[in-house]
Structures are given as structure tokens and as C-alpha cells.
Design a protein around this ligand. Structure first.
Ligand SMILES: O=C(O)CCC(=O)C(=O)O
Ligand SMILES: [Fe+2]
Length: 225
């Protein structure tokens, strides 16, 4: 499921991140990928070990923790610390698939089920830079307002188009979901959002209660912790 999640960061948080990133020391993004990725990756990143990256990652994680739509869609179990990237002067990232299993700083392993890009500056500030996700329905071009995120299955081939004017700033990260299968996660998301809508529209309370039970029992059946 490819889903646009608006309003992860507010204007104040964006200004804080932006100020820090404008003064940051960037490094070659090829440092964090294997040989396959390095052949097609031309961008900049905050170094993994930099204190700034760790500080800004906390801001992003705290904002995600407060976002109900993000939780409903992703059902996060473990999240890799967010990274930060910058594309400018033709910078791009050709078609690739993200690594399937990655290590947390404490050595624990995380399976990447969901990939996320959180846009940190607006589409008026650069040309190009679309995230293009390829799935069985075709190619989807994504370019979102600052503070908004896109989540998509980590199994998808995807690329970032060259940035031909200005600079594109983003945070990106991977999540192991409680529900590994994208189709099942989508069904749960549809059920959850429908239950929320029925609740706010004053639908029959007993029917809503039973549907809520179905949601939790499906999640119980499918969740892996
Ligand atoms: O910059 C983006 O939107 C995505 C980056 C990406 O695909 C990656 O680093 O694996
Ligand atoms: Fe990627």
C-alpha cells in the first residue's frame, strides 16, 4: 500500500530541522549502501554516527509516535533510526530495492516491511526529485509538501528522479511492521478507518463493537512481535 500521510511535522519542527540541516556537514550517500545501490545512488546524507543525525532522528520518531494515521497504516513494531538525505545538482537515486534485513544500533535485526520518505522542504524549492515507486499497478510519482510522508512496501522497486534546480531534503527510514504482509496490513487499515468513520457518524454501537472485535482478532491472528 502506497499511502500519503499528511502533517507529520508542523511548521515549527520543520523550521528547526531546516536550520540544522542547512548548517550540517553532509557525506556521500553511497556510504550506507551495498555495491548494487552504490552504482545508482548519487546523493548526500548525514553521517550515521553524527550527533546531529541522532538528535534530528529523535524529533522525527517523536512526531511519528503522535500520529494516529501513521500508526494505523504502518502498525510499527521496530523502526530503524531515521536518516536524512539531500539531492542537488542532478543528484538522484536510480531504481533499487531496499535491503531486507538491517541492524539496529544495539545489533538487533529489523526486517524492512515498510519504507518511508518524510519530505522536509516544499516542492516549490526544487525541480525533479520525485520519488517513483513501481508496483504491479505501474509507476507512481510522489512529491509532497514539507512535513508530509509517503509509506510504501519495502519490496517495491523505487527511485528518486534527478534534482535539476534547488535541493530536496528528506528523512527516510524503514519499519518492521507487526503485520509483515502488505495485503493484510492494508485490510486492517481499511477496517480501522471504516470503524473510526462509523464511530464518528454515530452508527449502531453494538455493530461497531463487534467490528472492533473483528479488527483486534485479525490483528491478534496476524501480528508477529
Ligand atoms: O530519498 C528518498 O525519497 C528515498 C531514498 C531511498 O530510496 C533510499 O535511501 O533507499
Ligand atoms: Fe530506497
Amino acid at each position: 500500500m502506497l499511502l500519503h500521510i499528511p502533517g507529520i511535522l508542523d511548521a515549527q519542527q520543520l523550521a528547526q530541522l531546516r536550520q540544522a540541516l542547512d548548517a550540517a556537514d553532509w557525506t556521500d550517500g553511497r556510504e550506507t549502501v551495498g555495491a548494487q545501490g552504490a552504482r545508482v545512488k548519487r546523493n548526500l546524507q548525514l553521517p550515521d554516527a553524527s550527533p546531529l543525525r541522532q538528535q534530528l532522528a529523535k524529533v522525527v520518531l517523536a512526531a511519528l509516535a503522535k500520529h494516529p494515521l501513521y500508526h494505523a497504516a504502518v502498525l510499527p513494531a521496530r523502526t530503524l533510526p531515521p536518516r536524512f538525505n539531500r539531492y542537488e545538482g542532478g543528484g538522484h537515486y536510480g531504481f533499487h530495492v531496499d535491503g531486507s534485513v538491517m541492524a539496529l544500533p544495539d545489533g538487533a535485526q529489523v526486517r524492512s516491511d515498510v519504507s518511508c520518505t518524510l519530505f522536509l522542504n516544499g516542492p516549490d524549492e526544487y525541480d525533479g526529485g520525485e520519488l517513483i515507486v513501481s508496483d504491479t499497478y505501474g509507476e507512481h510519482e510522489v512529491k509532497l509538501p514539507a512535513g508530509d510522508a509517503i509509506v510504501y512496501p519495502s519490496s517495491s522497486l523505487h527511485r528518486v528522479a534527478p534534482v535539476t534546480r534547488g535541493a530536496r531534503l528528506a528523512s527516510f527510514f524503514w519499519v518492521q511492521s507487526l503485520v509483515r504482509d502488505d495485503g493484510r496490513r492494508r485490510l486492517l487499515f481499511e477496517l480501522d478507518t471504516s470503524i473510526q468513520r462509523l464511530t464518528t457518524s454515530g452508527a449502531d454501537a453494538d455493530a461497531v463493537l463487534r467490528l472492533t472485535g473483528v479488527y483486534h482478532n485479525l490483528l491478534r491472528a496476524w501480528a508477529e512481535t
